[in-house]
Design a protein around this ligand. Structure first.
Ligand code: GUN
Ligand code: ZN
Length: 434
């Protein structure tokens, strides 16, 4: 594949170190074999060594590693843009009624395919995904993801209180159904299972015990939940769990913190909660469009670096407002601006690729173009609109070009998405999309 390329070669512990690991090849050649990266080299050096090989010519594009969405709810695809509420009333009025449709395997199957097409048309090749409480919901999603050979982690929601009756289960049912799904799907192909207690308020102590038990039985499953998104939510958790020191301590008490745990939001953390995230090597999913849409608050990126907490970006559809990672990075920049934090394009692309992979403990498999990594990548068309063409053309260097992409880019910028070495999406040929 001949084109321009950008990636970050290694994980880093501060933004300056990321820049030192950045690699931009204006003319490069990416060699892919059996779904894996063989090499990325400057064109002039590679050309001589490859006589007679078939070369796909994509000059004019910028190819970056596939985007990684570290927090998203596939059943909420059909309710993006629900007016007027903040978290708790938004859940009650919009989310729970929508999620009740996923009892139907037919509905779950149709929406799973629609959801994956949305990811692909936006250049997202991996995601950590919430289902609903119904096992049918994730069964359908895993089947669809397997067809597309996507690296996807998902789980059925576990919840046993404070939601409509038709979305509740007993801790024993939750345990049994989750266990069956883990045995069927965890580690199958590129798929992984995340234990997914919705959040502390919909979890009884007995349910959290069951989650903990499953994680001990299957220690390489992920744990995926919400944390400190909204002030009323935080106050409610304190009333529900008076014996615990705070919100995160509820999860910590049940041994749900750790290197495979991903906590969405983390907007209203106390000092000791930042320390607990660091001490336990837990990760955060920062979801800027959701945080702004629900009026939840501003994530403190600077603090996450100070505390050395692993971090990825989530769209959090359907509280988030776009599947598109470029637009999400543009909103992350604005969240930074409101706090005097300058989110440099290099840092932003890191969070959306290798940093996200690291937050999901997948950085040995995906996130950049190092040899042996799985060949998931996106071709960006930097001149997709007249305005993007104008700004791309007058940008001085790669940093300004990347920043313009995250400020003006959207799904029109995504020309092709490749998964596991195969083209999975092409913008001007929808009939090709499987
Ligand atoms: N907290 C508990 N459930 C949800 C959800 O579905 N979306 C968001 N944004 N926060 C939650
Ligand atoms: Zn969420």
């Amino acid at each position: 594949m001949r084109s321009s390329f950008f990636d970050i070669r290694a994980t880093a512990s501060d933004p300056a170190a990321i820049e030192a690991q950045a690699r931009y090849l204006e003319e490069g050649l990416l060699e892919v074999k059996h779904g894996k990266i063989v090499s990325l080299r400057p064109w002039l050096e590679a050309e001589a060594a490859l006589p007679g090989c078939a070369i796909i010519d994509r000059r004019g594009m910028l190819i970056v590693p596939g985007f990684i969405d570290c927090h998203i709810h596939y059943p909420q695809t059909e309710m993006v843009g629900a007016f007027g509420e903040q978290l708790l009333s938004w859940l009650e009025n919009y989310t729970f009624p929508t999620e009740s449709h996923y009892r139907s395997p037919q509905h779950a199957a149709a929406m799973s395919e629609f959801f994956l097409q949305q990811l692909l048309r936006n250049g997202t090749t991996s995601a950590l995904v919430f289902g609903t409480v119904h096992p049918e919901s994730v069964e359908a999603l895993f089947q669809a993801a397997e067809r597309h050979a996507m690296r996807l982690i998902a789980g059925k929601v576990m919840m046993d209180r404070h939601a409509p009756d038709d979305l509740l289960e007993t801790p024993e049912e939750s345990y049994r159904q989750t266990r069956a799904l883990i045995r069927r799907w965890h580690g199958r192909g590129r798929l992984g299972y995340a234990l997914t207690p919705r959040f502390a308020p919909t979890s009884s102590p007995a349910l959290l015990e069951r989650v903990s038990q499953l994680h001990q039985e299957f220690p390489d499953t992920w744990i995926h939940t919400h944390l400190a998104e909204n002030p009323q939510e935080v106050a409610w958790v304190k009333r529900l769990f008076p014996a615990q020191r705070g919100y995160l301590d509820v999860y910590h008490h049940y041994r749900l913190t750790g290197a495979r745990s991903v906590f969405a939001h983390c907007l209203h953390l106390e000092e000791e909660e930042w320390h607990c995230l660091q001490q336990t090597d837990s990760a955060i999913a920062f979801c800027p469009t959701s945080n702004l849409f629900l009026g939840s608050g501003l994530f403190n990126l600077q603090r996450s670096w100070q505390q050395q907490v692993r971090l990825g970006i989530g769209t959090d559809i359907g509280a988030g407002t776009t599947f598109n990672m470029l637009q999400t990075l543009g909103e992350a920049y604005k969240v930074g601006q409101l706090q005097n934090y300058k989110l440099h394009a290099c840092e932003a692309f890191y969070h959306a690729t290798l940093g996200g992979a690291r937050a999901l403990s997948l950085d040995h498999l995906i996130g950049n173009f190092m040899p042996g990594k799985e060949a998931d990548f996106v071709m960006l068309q930097p001149t997709a609109t007249p305005l993007q063409a104008l700004r791309w053309g007058n940008s001085r260097d790669i940093w300004e070009k990347l920043f313009v992409l995250m400020t003006l880019g959207d799904d029109r910028t995504i020309a092709e998405t490749w998964v596991n070495g195969q083209r999975a999406w092409r913008r001007d040929g929808t009939e090709e999309n499987l």
